[in-house]
Design a protein around this ligand. Structure first.
Ligand code: IMP
Length: 428
């Protein structure tokens, strides 16, 4: 199975960073295909913590080529900052990284617009990460965006930038517009920041095709999660990219036949950060316990995450939308102390029990989760190295999830360390 897609099966923050980092050991190429520095992928290496926002998780592996695909939005300032943080010699990171010329730039005007749009929405705000993601993708769709590849020719870049910034001036308060919409200033700063990356800007689609023809192992690393997909998620409380497996094709520049296996990462419970529907949210002591034990604070914004029980209806939706071949279950150990564990196995709205995800926002507002409670295991799982070593009740919990979803749970994460990972099946 030379190409493997890893997507978030919930609302992001499923622990994809650790999984992709672990699997990157078997990969030749790791590809980010959507999102931007709104993502926060936490990777622990020799006791050291790294949080990747824009760089693919394979950057710490000397053997891996890391690609930032055309579906990604790149803030040049954040890119330079993150490169500095990984503390690799320049020669080394340059060897490991390539960027698609099609990736769009996030500029200061996008950050300013993100802040203004959120303020204007009042109590209907999305709760964005304020990284300028929405406005940068809006520019792409409006054909007023600026791409990484555009910066390779200074005159062309300035012309594109002029159109982009002209469209922003009227949307921002005057003083702010003066600060962030000065063509010459933005051009100078951007070109300076991107100078070290200039010759790394290539057609990543061609690199992928070559890698594929050589039978290389390619790992597509999703950011955010299925329910934040611009189209299939809980619109409008979503991000602005395609987070589902279909997003790989458009965001990396490969056709659908190029994807061999697709795995969805899900926590053993559920979390969401930002506003929007989250029917199994527990606004009580149990929710607080999940947050405390799970350390549920955003990797990008440090915001407390909303916590609740696993939702089978939501995961079935994810399985269908992504063509999932299996589930990777993370943070099982967070449930170790609970005497019982809840799972939403149906909804009730309009006086009826319904085994489905309430797709419309109107049904969603009325839907009440129906829970099945399974016995907890009240024993540590963190030292298990094989499925058989997990407590019987933990195994039963996982088996039930497999039955409900009709999908195998292929990997189980039981702690932060790279070694705390049970591999049940070969994934590559
Ligand atoms: P944006 O992507 O910054 O526009 O934010 C839109 C929504 O997606 C907000 O609810 C964010 O909290 C959420 N979001 C964006 N990136 C992530 C992520 O990496 N993990 C979890 N939630 C995210």
């Amino acid at each position: 199975m030379p190409s493997l897609v890893i997507v978030g099966a919930q609302w992001g923050d499923e622990g994809k960073g650790k999984i992709v980092d672990a699997l990157a050991g078997q990969a030749d190429v790791v590809v980010r295909f959507q999102g931007g520095d709104n993502a926060g992928h936490t990777v622990f290496r020799d006791g050291q913590k790294f949080v990747f926002h824009i760089l693919p998780c394979g950057m710490l592996r000397p053997r891996v080529l890391n690609l930032i695909g055309g579906g990604v939005v790149v803030n040049p300032r954040k890119l330079s900052e993150e490169i500095a943080l990984i503390r690799l010699p320049e020669r080394e990171w340059r060897r490991r990284l390539r960027l698609s010329g099609e990736a769009h730039l996030i500029l200061d005007c996008h950050l300013a617009l993100d802040r203004c749009a959120e303020a204007q929405r009042g109590n209907r705000k999305i709760g964005t990460t304020q990284r300028g993601i929405g406005p940068a993708y809006a520019d792409r769709a409006a054909r007023t965006g600026v791409r990484l590849g555009d910066t390779l020719d200074e005159d062309y870049f300035r012309a594109q930038l002029k159109t982009c910034l002209a469209a922003k001036r009227a949307l921002l308060p005057k003083a702010l517009a003066r600060q962030v919409c000065n063509v010459e200033r933005v051009a100078r700063e951007t070109l300076k920041l991107l100078r070290p990356f200039r010759d790394l800007i290539v057609d990543t689609s061609i690199l992928l095709e070559e890698a594929r023809q050589k039978g290389k192992h390619i790992l597509y690393e999703g950011a955010q999660g299925t329910m934040l997909d611009i189209s299939a998620g809980t619109y409008p409380y979503v991000t602005s990219s395609h987070t589902i497996a279909g997003g790989v094709c458009v965001g990396a520049g490969v056709g659908p036949h190029a994807l061999d296996r697709i795995l969805g990462v899900s926590k053993a419970y559920a979390t969401r950060v930002g506003s929007g529907p989250f029917p199994t949210e527990l606004q009580n002591a149990t929710g607080e316990t999940l947050r405390r034990i799970g350390g549920e604070y955003g990797a990008t914004t440090q915001r407390p995450r909303r916590c609740g029980w696993l939702d089978i209806m939501q995961l079935r939706q994810a399985a269908r939308l992504n063509s999932l071949d299996g589930i990777i279950l993370t943070k099982l150990d967070v449930l170790d102390g609970f005497d019982k564990v809840g799972v939403c196995t149906a909804y009730r709205w309009g006086g009826k029990r319904r085994p489905e995800w309430p797709a419309s926002p109107v049904d969603m507002a009325k839907a009440e989760p129906i829970y099945t409670f399974l016995p907890g295991w009240q024993q540590p799982t963190t030292g298990a190295t094989r499925f058989a070593e997990l407590p019987a009740a933990a195994r039963a919990y996982i088996n039930k999830i497999e039955d409900w979803l009709d999908l195998p749970v292929t990997m189980i994460s039981i702690g932060q360390d790279r070694k705390q990972l049970i591999m049940r099946r070969k994934v590559f």
